[in-house]
Each structure stands twice: as C-alpha cells, then as structure tokens.
Ligand binder design. Sequence first.
Ligand SMILES: [Zn+2]
Ligand SMILES: [Zn+2]
Length: 339
Amino acid sequence: MTYPRNVMRPSQEWRILKVLQTPAPENVQLCPACPHPGKNLPEDWHDAPQAKHWLYALFVAINANFRLKRRDVSKDKVDPSLGDGWAYFVKHKDYKTYVKEHTSAVQEKSTCASHNAVNMADTKSNHGLATTGVGTINCARHNMKRGNGVGDLQKGERYVNMDYLFFSTLRGISLDVLNISYDIACQWHKKLWVCMDSLPSVMHLNHPNMAITFFIPKFHLPAHIMECQTRFSWNLIPGVGRTDGEAPECGWANINPVTLSTKEMGPGARWDTLDDHFGDWNWKKVVQVGSMMLHKVEEALPECRACQEDLRELELVIILEKPSFLAEWKIQLEEWEQD
Ligand SMILES: [Zn+2]
Ligand SMILES: [Zn+2]
C-alpha cells in the first residue's frame, strides 16, 4: 500500500520524536545486561582480581544483512535523515566520506576456507542500488543493536565498512575485556589495528591495555580450517560461558519484513524508519530481559549439575586407575588455557 506524502512526512517526524524520548545522550535503548561503568557495575569493578575480569567483559557480534537494500532513488540532500547519527545508524556524512576515501584499498584474499564475504566483497553487483545491505554490531549475548553500530554497504561486506562500524559503536568504552564474534574474524582481525590508525583518534581503542579475543560463531566455525577451529572457538577459551556468537543472525527474521518497503524509500526516510524498528527491537528486549535470563538460569542449573556429576565420575575412574595422572592432567589443562 502506498501512503500519500502528507501522511509519510508526519509519520517520519513522529518516529524521530519517539527517538528523542529515549534517554539522552545515547538516544538508544541500552542493553541492561551488558556492562556499563557508572551505570550497572560496582564502583570498584576495575580493581577486581584478574581472575574475575571476565565478569566485566563486553561481547559484541558483527554481521551483515544483504536484504536491507535500497534502490538508487532520491538523494541525501533531497531526503535527509531527521536524526542523523542520533541512534543506531552512524552519522552518514562522516561514514560515507571515510568509506569513499578508503574504497580503493584492495581487500586481502582469505587464507582460510574460501569465504565469499572476504573474497567477493568488491565484486557484489550494486546495479540500480544505492545500498546493497547493512552492516551491524550487536551485543553478542543479548542480541541488542548497539548505538552508532549500523551502516549502509555499497558493495559486499568490505572491511572498510565493517571497521568503521565496529570502532564507531565502541567509541569511548572504558571496559578492558572485549570478546568479538565475527564469522570471518580469522581474516578480519589481521589488519584491524592498522585500519584503526586511519580512523579519527576519538574512535581508537586502547587495545594494548585491553584483553581482546576474537571468536568465530559456533554455527559458522566448522566451515573454517582446522587451525581456526581451535584458535577462534567459543568452546575452548575460558571466561565466555556458553556464548554461541550467532546473535545478529537471529534478529534478521524480525527486521526482514520491512525490506520491501524500505527498499523503495529515499535515504533519510529509510534510515529513520530502520532506526525506529531497531529501537522497537531493543525495547522489546529490555522488557523481556528479566524473564529471558530467569529462563536461561533455570535451564542452565540442572545442566551444570549434570556436567559436574559426569566430571566427578570421570575423575573417580582416573583416581582408581592411576592417581597421579589426575593432578598432571589438571596442570596440563590449566597451562593450555593460560596459553
Ligand atoms: Zn547485551
Ligand atoms: Zn578461518
């Protein structure tokens, strides 16, 4: 159904007024379960012993959606966003300028399995399209969109776009443990810090003083070479619980029904409409997070007890067979985890 222009304009204005009702300065629905110093962490969280720092880790997941296209109609000047950079999308002009200036950089081919996202990033057809999709950064454990972590793609999933979005959403964070999930993390992380230097200094992370770990989401990992399957596995690194890292994939089913209408919109109307839908998704998450966490705890506790019981039985068998082996085994395991 096509609405007349005198209905569409007020609806866009109404959406932006709703964004402004969200608590400033972020204008986004923050994830209440992720760590926010000064908001939901103890004052002395920074002084926690090293062994407890995993408690204050931020988990982010990176992904792209190629259904959220936009036809090449209208222009930014004719149809600007009414809230440019106020919520989930990045500030468009700065982002566009950066991508344009760095678009000639040739993307290194994958040395892992043949990843289309890496090798075909520059070849994806954009005929008749102003935007081929969006890249996003979510919180990986609760699947909420992060502020200033969404941006349009002009071709495939190029590093230049994803780097900007990643550093944009993490601007100003003061946490020191960061776990990053990305299905091409094994390739993308290699030149990440070199790329960071080409971004404005306000977007830089103090990475030498942070514990940053790269992961590949669990469903995607078996397609990688064996080296990646040990190095980037959520199953083999301590302090990350049972995270699967697949969060953004689960949210696309919610946003994809709007792709048919937003594909035909001018740039500003589309940005503001999508921002509104991302805000709605986050708001529903905020409302449900309490019952969701309770449900997870209720499922996890009996499973945890069952695993502890299995381990106890195994250790008992080892003690009966060869008592010294159990102590050796624990030392080896801890050494391997520390490495
Ligand atoms: Zn979260
Ligand atoms: Zn790999």
